[in-house]
Write a new protein. Structure first.
Lengths: 370, 370
C-alpha cells in the first residue's frame, strides 16, 4: 500500500495537468467491438452441404471434407473490413477520437505502453473522450482478406528499431524517451503484427469512412502509415471534423503544386497527389501534425533521423500549401515546445502523458472538446 | 429517453437474474494489454545499420533498403506470443476468467455479439470477475509468427455456417438462438480471422501457462479448438483452478484408456492421448463442459449435428474416465437444463445471458467466485 502510494504520488507529480487521476476507476458507459466496411467475395459453383467425396467412406478426414466443400464452391468470404473496439465514458464529450495505427501495428499502438503504463486509450478516456480503436483491414483482428497473403517470418526488429528513432541497435539514442529495460523492448517488438494481404489505402479508408458514418462527427487520430489513409478519409467523409497525425508517412498535394521528390539514402519520398477538389476538403478542418525528437535538417547516415528529416520537411511544405489555400494546419515539433526525447511512437514514449496533454489542449483550442 | 427506458425494461425482464443492470456503467479499476510468451528467432549475419546497397545512389527505394537490411541479417523477430486485453472491475472477485477463442476466431468471440448485445466480456465484468481476453499466438493481434504463413482468401462461410450449427445455408435451424437478420450474419462472418502460421497447440498453451503466472490463480474458459489447448494448459499450470469449456474439439485420455475413433462422414474424431501423470492433473480441478442444441445421438447427414454428435459422445466418455479417476467433470447439455436453440457459439447466441448465468452459478457452486 505504501509502495503504491509512493508510485501514485510520483505519477501525480508528473502529470498534474491530467484531468482525472490514474487512481480513479474508469467509468465506462458502453463498450464493445464490431466490424465495419469490407466486401464479400463469392466462389463459383453451387454450395454442397454434403460434398460427394464425404459420402460412404469408412474413414473421413475433416480437412478433406473441408477441401471438398470449398471446391464445390458457391460460398462467400466476408473480408477487408476494419475491426473496432470502442469505449464511451460516462459524461462523454461529443466528438469521439478515432485512432488508426501505422505500418506493422494494430490497435495495440494506443493501448498499454511497452513499459506497462497507460496509453492514449486510457488517457483520453480519462479526458472523457469516447475512443474508437481500429485494426485496419488485413491487419490484426481484421485478418480476413479478399486477397491471398504470403507472410514471411523474417527477422527485422533492428531495422524498425532504427526506423522508429529508438536508436541504432543495440544502442539507444541519448536521452530517448523510451524505456531501456529488456522486458519493455520485448513488449514493444511484440506489438508488431503483419499485413495479411496487401496494404491497400483505399480499402482501409473506405472502412473508416463507414466507421464515421456510424460514430457521427469526430476527430481522426493517425500514426505513420495510417497518416496517409487519414488524409483520404478526411477527403471522403464530412464527419471528420479534425485530424491529428503523428509523424504521417506522406501528404497529398493538389495537382500542379506537387513538390519534387526528397531523397534519402534510406528511401526517398515521392509526395502524394490529390485532385484540387479533394485537396480543398482538407483546407476546411483543423489539422495538427506532430513530429518527435532526433530529427535534423541535413542528410544523415542515421536511418531514423534521415527518414523523418524528409517527412518533416515535406510536412512543412504541405502545411504551407494547405494554409495558402485557406487551411488550418499546424506542424508541432515536440522538442520546440519543450517535449524532448521522442521516438516515432510518441503515444507510448515515457512522456506520453505530456504528448497527450498537448493534443488535448489543441482539441480544446479548436473547440473540439465540447 | 423514453425509447431507451422501454428497451431497458425489456432487457431487464429478459435477464432478471443478472447481478448488475446493463444500464449501470462499468467501473473499471484497471485495463490494458500486453504480450505474453513467445520466442525469438534470429537471422544469421551481422546487423548493418547502413546497408551497402543504400550508399551513394541517386534514387533510393525504401523497400530495396529494407531488403538489403534483412539480407545483411543479424536481426531478431519476436513472435509466437499471445496478445491479451484485460479489465479488472472495481471490487473484483479473486479469480480472473481467462478466455481463449476457437478456430478462426480471436478475442472478438467474447466481445459484442453479432447482433450488437453484450458478450461474455461485459457480462462477467458485471458479475465482478476480472476478464483476460486472448488472441492466441499466430492469430489476430498476435500475427507475428516465427514460421512463414500462406493465407488463402478462399470463400468458406457456408461451410462454417453448417459446422457451427447455425443451419444449412441459407436456412437457419428452426428456433435457433441466432439472429437471422442480414446485418448480424455479416457481423458474425467478419469475426473470422485466419491463422498466420500453422496452428501449434504447444506454442499456444505455453503462452497461456505464462499468462497464468502473471494473473495468479484463475479460471480458464475455452471454446472449440481452444478446448484442446485448454486441457494442455490445465495439465501444465497449477494456477488453473477450474476449466469451463464450450464445445471443446477433443479430450486427452490417459494412456491405456483411449477409446476408439468415432466416425462421422464430415470428419472422424481420434481421441487425444496424455500421459497418466499429466492426465491426473485434470482430475484435481472442477471442469464443466457445455454443449448446445441441435445435436442428436445418431449419425446424420447434417454436418453440424454430426460433427458435434461425435464430440458430445467423446465428452461423455471422457467425463466418465476423469470422474472414475477421482475427477470432477460435468457435461452440461444446454437443452436438458432448459436453455434451447444454441449453436456452437453459445457465448454470443441470443440467449447468451442465460448461458452466462449458468456458468456463473457453476462458478459459485464450486466456490470460485470468492
Amino acid at each position: 500500500m505504501l509502495k503504491k502510494s509512493i508510485k501514485l504520488s510520483l505519477w501525480l507529480t508528473a502529470c498534474a495537468f491530467a484531468v482525472q487521476s490514474i487512481a480513479a476507476p474508469l467509468s465506462i458507459e458502453e463498450q464493445g467491438s464490431f466490424a465495419v466496411g469490407g466486401s464479400v467475395k463469392t466462389s463459383e459453383g453451387v454450395y454442397a452441404p454434403l460434398p460427394d467425396m464425404a459420402k460412404g467412406k469408412e474413414s473421413n478426414n475433416f480437412v478433406d471434407v473441408f477441401n471438398a466443400s470449398i471446391q464445390a464452391g458457391g460460398q462467400t468470404l466476408h473480408g477487408d473490413h476494419a475491426t473496432v473496439f470502442y469505449q464511451i465514458p460516462t459524461n462523454p464529450r461529443p466528438y469521439p477520437l478515432v485512432f488508426l495505427h501505422g505500418a506493422g501495428q494494430s490497435m495495440r499502438t494506443w493501448q498499454t505502453t511497452a513499459d506497462g503504463r497507460e496509453g492514449f486509450q486510457n488517457i483520453f478516456l480519462r479526458y472523457n473522450f469516447p475512443v474508437y480503436l481500429i485494426d485496419q483491414p488485413r491487419r490484426g483482428q481484421s485478418g480476413r482478406s479478399t486477397v491471398d497473403a504470403e507472410v514471411k517470418a523474417t527477422p527485422d526488429d533492428q531495422f524498425w528499431f532504427a526506423q522508429f528513432r529508438i536508436g541504432t541497435y543495440p544502442n539507444f539514442n541519448q536521452d530517448v524517451a523510451f524505456p531501456q529495460d529488456k522486458a519493455s523492448l520485448d513488449q514493444f517488438f511484440r506489438q508488431m503484427t503483419p499485413n495479411v494481404g496487401a496494404f491497400n489505402a483505399a480499402v482501409i479508408s473506405d472502412s473508416i469512412v463507414k466507421l464515421f458514418e456510424r460514430t457521427g462527427n469526430g476527430v481522426l487520430v493517425t500514426h505513420s502509415q495510417g497518416g496517409i489513409v487519414g488524409w483520404l478519409v478526411g477527403m471522403q467523409s464530412d464527419k471528420v471534423k479534425a485530424i491529428a497525425s503523428f509523424e504521417p508517412g506522406n501528404f497529398p498535394f493538389p495537382e500542379g503544386e506537387v513538390p519534387p521528390i526528397i531523397t534519402s539514402k534510406f528511401g526517398d519520398i515521392k509526395p502524394a497527389v490529390a485532385s484540387k477538389a479533394d485537396f480543398e476538403k482538407l483546407t476546411k478542418i483543423p489539422i495538427v501534425i506532430y513530429f518527435g525528437d532526433f530529427i535534423g535538417d541535413k542528410p544523415s547516415d542515421n536511418q531514423g533521423e534521415d527518414q523523418w528529416r524528409i517527412r518533416l520537411n515535406l510536412a512543412k511544405q504541405w502545411a504551407d500549401v494547405v494554409n495558402k489555400h485557406g487551411g488550418n494546419v499546424e506542424v508541432v515539433e515536440l522538442p520546440k515546445v519543450g517535449i524532448k526525447g521522442n521516438t516515432h511512437f510518441m503515444m507510448s514514449d515515457t512522456n506520453n502523458v505530456e504528448v497527450a496533454a498537448h493534443l488535448r489542449e489543441w482539441l480544446k483550442d479548436k473547440g473540439l472538446d465540447k
